[in-house]
Ligand binder design. Structure first.
Ligand SMILES: Cc1ncc(COP(=O)(O)O)c(C=O)c1O
Length: 359
């Protein structure tokens, strides 16, 4: 089976399975199951009217709105063509020589670091610790370290890192002039996110960059919109200058402005995901599956039977899941599924019953 380095590749999955891409149920990308909010859809449709001109190069209206929402000065915000673009710009601008990544984690940190020939040290997450980052990560940050990426909650494991530990990492890095990127792209799915987000300490650390995405929580991966927050305005300027201008389209800017109005939708999303995640976990527990604590809108699990290629089997049945076999430091027994709409989750469990035998 062809291994894609990401989830969400319904196009390759369709080619491989012969199933039309629109008929595949995609559990491999972790997008808000409530879908695009109607007001965001309307804003995008209306914005087509202005697509005959260049977008605002500085994303002024969107940044004004974000500055209120995030309670940071506008000068601390950089908007990007999806959070992935921000990752590449950060690396291109800072040009680190030595980086620290956890393993497993989101693959684009490594991809981007490779473009500047950066050496990478891995902090291996262990199943024995539920894939949690522990204090001993501090031992591998040394004078040579230029940048540390931490994904919180982590993709694919769903684990959150304690805020106290995050602050220790940031402080240690500040002392040696190293940057810390905390990827909070999934944090808006967390009920008590203020207990985990480092946003409230941002102003104390000019070596801290927080990464966020509209993609996941507002269900607009096809539009490409992300942003980062950093109190070091030289870095923000550097990010702007490290890639092409007009990186955020007219449609994406309008989608973002409209999305930020929909606070109730985010509250509803968190409630919905909690209910559906519990349903999926209860059902998965009926099989020889080890589920790791998951706090976000996806579930990471180990199928304790490595003869079954669950991704292939599911795809034959029209469902795309994320095999985690190409993440560092984990084997082919690990998978990640998104929490989707109630009826889709039921279909997933029905198909699983075809493949696995209950305990
Ligand atoms: C942890 C994490 N950060 C960033 C991104 C990139 O998001 P975007 O689609 O906004 O580029 C992803 C996408 O899957 C992700 O999982």
């Amino acid at each position: 089976m062809k291994i894609s380095s990401h989830g969400a590749d319904i196009f390759s999955a369709s080619k491989e399975s012969g199933i039309d891409e629109n008929s595949i149920i995609d559990f491999s990308s972790n997008i808000n199951p409530l879908g695009i909010h109607n007001n965001v859809r309307k804003a995008m449709i209306n914005s087509i009217e202005y697509a005959d001109r260049y977008p605002d190069i500085d994303c002024n209206k969107l940044i004004n709105r974000l500055s209120i929402q995030e309670q940071v000065p506008r000068e601390w915000i950089f908007c990007s063509n999806g959070a992935a673009e921000a990752i590449f710009r950060i690396v291109l601008y800072l040009k680190p020589h030595n980086a620290i990544l956890t393993a497993p984690t989101f693959s684009e940190y490594e991809q981007s670091l490779k473009t500047v020939n950066c050496k990478i040290k891995y902090y291996n997450l262990s199943e024995d610790n539920n894939f949690k980052i522990k204090e001993d990560i501090l031992d591998i940050i040394d004078q040579k370290t230029d940048i540390v990426f931490i994904c919180n909650p982590n993709n694919p494991t769903g684990q959150l890192t304690d805020k106290n530990l995050l602050e220790k990492i940031i402080l240690q890095c500040k002392k040696i002039n190293a940057a810390v990127v905390i990827d909070e792209c999934f944090i808006d799915f967390i009920e008590d996110k203020e207990n985990y987000s480092v946003q409230d300490i941002l102003k104390q650390y000019d070596n801290l960059i927080i990464l966020k995405a509209f993609t996941k929580v507002y269900s607009i991966p096809g539009i490409r919109l992300g942003y980062c927050l950093c109190p070091n305005t030289t870095v923000i300027k550097g990010l702007k200058e490290s890639g092409p201008p007009w990186n955020v389209s007219v449609i994406a800017q309008e989608a973002g402005i409209a999305a930020l109005e929909e606070k109730e939708y985010v509250v509803k999303t968190i409630e919905y995901i909690k209910k559906e995640r519990n349903y999926l976990i209860n059902e998965l527990n009926k099989y020889n599956i080890k589920i790791f604590d998951s706090y976000a809108n996806y579930i990471f699990f180990k199928l304790e039977c490595d003869e079954i290629d669950l991704k292939s089997e599911m795809l034959k049945r029209g469902i795309l899941i994320r095999s985690c076999s190409n993440y560092r430091n984990i084997s082919n027994e690990y998978y990640r599924i998104a929490v989707k709409k109630e009826h889709e989750n039921k279909i997933f469990i029905e198909k699983l019953k075809d493949i696995l035998v209950e305990k």
